[in-house]
Design a protein around this ligand. Sequence first.
Ligand SMILES: [Mn+2]
Length: 318
Amino acid sequence: MYNLFEKLKEVINKYDNFIIMGHKDPDLDCLGASLGLCEIIESFGKKAYIFLNNKNLQNYNSNINQAFERMQKDIICVTTHNYKKIINNTLLIVVDVHSSDRLEYPKLVDLVDTVVIDHHIKNKNYIKTAKFMYIDSNISSVSEIITYFAKYLNVNLDGVISTILLGGIEIDTNGFNLKTTNFTYEAASILMEMGADSILKQELLKESKSQYIKRASYIKNSFIVKKNIAMCVISKITNTIELAEIAEELLTFEDVEASFVIGKLDQNTVGVSARSLGVIDVSDIMKQLGGGGHTSNAATQIKNKTINEIKENIIKLL
Ligand SMILES: [Mn+2]
């Protein structure tokens, strides 16, 4: 990681303006990392902006809105309407994503120099033109990386930003369970020292009751195969985030060692999210279905097959 920090320091010194961009539908990890990076870059006396397709961040999540109101620092966001004004010796820093098609605004990559910091499993759609790319899928979150970067530079992050970073780590580890190492806990400790607030963090992590009930209804219909593998089939159109959330939640139940959640992403695409506590290698099965991942965290997307065909296929492979 220190190699990355040295490289980042170098580029921050070299460019005048910085745009930080995450993935579509930003989550707390991507937002926390973006805000943390902004503050770090500002400590170099430079200008940093967060790119958002939505006119303002406040539209995206009412809890985040609350956090922003409490934040003392002004964070400047740019959108598709005004980014051109700051394209002058500008570096784009992409966080929490590395595939061009998942970017908030993919076109920007072609206009300015780009670096990438991510913790997802590398896929073939990665940004080919990046000046450098740091991807470590063993790290819990980008928030963890940015926390260590701040610590490395002796930058004391704003309390609300530290809280969002802590929330980002918590979300990406499903409550300090998945991909959690001693470094993850240490990052949490650093953030608490910087002033992260556990009450505000709880506010940020809240979800609506209806969302909870919806997920619970899918989980209610899940079933066990081969004694310790939970499967869940969602017949309504869903998204990869929901598939992953359910897969992670299924792992918290007694006797469940691995989980597979299958759902339609659009008319012709079915997504599968697979999780394991580590003994069963779910990536092996996802690879056989054209996907990829790690032992404990893998996924695939399949075109022109029904949910049922895919379900049967997975059971056969198991
Ligand atoms: Mn993340």
